[in-house]
Design a protein around this ligand. Structure first.
Ligand SMILES: CC(C)(COP(=O)(O)OP(=O)(O)OC[C@H]1O[C@@H](n2cnc3c(N)ncnc32)[C@H](O)[C@@H]1OP(=O)(O)O)[C@@H](O)C(=O)NCCC(=O)NCCS
Length: 208
């Protein structure tokens, strides 16, 4: 196999996404012209405590995560740490100084032939859905994926998760596969949908 240049480290000094604060404020029922301080930044281990309840709400109350077991603090710290050590982006969205959601890239599959493909995840505090936070996180994540030469991003989504399918579709992801009844939760079978974005052909430049 030909040798390749290693992926450059992320340039965290670049704030890749200019947040549409007015959209977040409008969807939050605030008066026109009101802005909210929305910040997207790199996660640190100390964010584990804030992302724990966001993740566990999805585990315990939805089929977004195919597990019945809530995480604990150590589990979330390990989840963040693995990505930091692999130089994979794991990002936090703060709304008025409080963690409102997070997103990350993971290795898609362990064999080295898959090294240019990553899987994304995105979670928003369920009291803050539909305010543009998920989109802001995903745009920032995709821009960071481009910075380190990721070729393809795959989302593995429960077929009944209309919000996530719609979010990914709106960003340009295409549905590329459906695996019927490969999961089980709440005593029912779940279908898995794969959606994919090929970054080399995507509109996710720094300007978009
Ligand atoms: C999926 C999720 C991240 C979306 O986050 P969000 O902040 O609510 O999404 P946004 O407000 O940024 O919405 C962006 C777009 O996504 C789509 N969308 C989001 N929620 C939707 C819903 N409930 N129904 C239909 N479309 C929806 C829309 O296209 C929306 O654009 P619009 O508001 O201009 O119509 C959020 O619902 C979530 O955290 N769900 C639980 C965890 C999860 O499912 N994660 C994904 C696992 S693959």
């Amino acid at each position: 196999m030909a040798s390749e240049e290693p992926a450059p480290p992320f340039d965290w000094s670049v704030e890749a996404y200019q947040v549409h604060e007015s959209t977040v404020a409008r969807r939050s029922g605030l008066a026109k012209g009101t802005t909210m301080a929305l910040l997207i930044r790199k996660a640190t281990l100390s964010d584990a405590a804030a992302i724990l309840p966001i993740f566990n709400q999805a585990v315990l109350e939805t089929t977004a995560v195919w597990s019945d077991q809530p995480s604990d603090l150590l589990g979330r710290e390990e989840w963040i740490n693995i990505r930091i050590e692999k130089n994979l982006p794991v990002i936090i969205c703060e709304l008025d100084g409080k963690v409102a959601g997070y997103a990350a890239l993971s290795d898609f599959r362990p064999l080295d032939g898959y090294r240019h493909t990553k899987e994304n995840s995105v979670f928003v505090d369920n009291t803050l859905h539909r305010r543009g936070i998920g989109r802001a996180l995903m745009v920032s994540l995709l821009q960071r994926a481009q910075q380190c030469n990721v070729h393809a991003v795959v989302a593995a989504i429960d077929a009944a998760n209309g919000a996530s399918i719609s979010l990914h579709s709106s960003l340009g992801f295409k549905q590329v596969g459906r695996l019927p009844q490969v999961g089980r939760k709440y005593d029912r079978w779940l279908d898995l949908i794969y959606m994919q974005m090929s970054l080399k052909a995507s509109p996710f430049t720094q300007e978009s």
